[in-house]
Design a protein around this ligand. Structure first.
Ligand code: PGA
Length: 233
């Protein structure tokens, strides 16, 4: 009880997060460490496929990812993760309303690498809707994709969480495409039967209770009424 009031005085926390979660997990950790001042933290940032490998060998206290495996682990959703299509502001489709999906088949896309959860979700979505994409370019990070799209290399599919600055500065715009945003969630994940350290348990509880307050939604500049606001599930 005393520990709860004063926060944990010691302990080490290892978090493995999907590279897209890079854009908010440090803020969550910062808020947690403010409450538990004796805790030290290691954050691994990698893509979904690597996270699955790390989970399989129980190599961290908790994983944060956009699409947990359907089998073994326990996964709690704690925040929305909408995927949107981005373009440079001078793109011919920028400002168009209700762009039909079919109109994208001629466009060039800059996609994340294989093994990325973002890419997997986008590929599933387009396949389900019968749209064949020209994914000529591949890049291993959201940062690289944003720069490539800004520079006119093509369109991109990214999580809203990665776009705060670029939307604010009007360097990128979100296209109003039929069926978008793709609605997903962020999950905190651990192997079934996991034995938590005190600090691991505290971070799990903190994430589920506090994430919505600590992580405010990025501003939305899509110019539409039905914006893909970030909400808790
Ligand atoms: P990623 O993100 O694309 O960085 O692997 C995980 C996800 O959104 O599923």
């Amino acid at each position: 009880v005393l520990d709860e009031m004063k926060g944990l005085r010691r302990g080490h926390l290892t978090i493995a997060a999907a590279s897209t979660a890079n854009y908010f997990v440090p803020r969550l950790i910062a808020a947690f460490c403010k409450r538990h001042q004796g805790v030290s933290v290691t954050l691994e940032v990698t893509n979904r496929e690597e996270l699955l490998n790390l989970l399989a060998i129980n190599a961290m206290d908790l994983a944060i990812m956009g699409q947990p495996p359907t089998s073994e682990p326990i996964a709690h959703p704690f925040m929305d993760n909408p995927l949107v299509i981005i373009a440079p502001p001078d793109h011919p489709l920028a400002g168009e309303r209700n762009i039909p999906l079919s109109q994208l088949s001629g466009e060039c896309f800059v996609m994340r690498e294989k093994g990325s959860g973002t890419r997997g979700a986008a590929e599933r979505f387009f396949a389900e809707h019968g749209v064949a994409l020209r994914a000529a370019q591949q890049m291993h990070s959201s940062e690289a994709i944003k720069q490539a799209v800004e520079a006119g290399m093509g369109l991109g599919v990214l999580s809203m969480h990665t776009l705060e600055m670029e939307l604010l500065l009007n360097r990128l715009v979100v296209l109003d495409v039929e069926g978008f945003p793709i609605r997903r969630h962020w999950y905190v994940v651990y192997p079934r039967g996991k034995r938590f350290s005190q600090v691991g348990q505290a971070f799990l509880d903190f994430t589920l209770q506090e994430a919505p307050h600590v992580l405010r939604a990025p501003p939305l500049t899509t110019g539409r009424d039905t914006s893909p606001a970030l909400e808790t599930p």
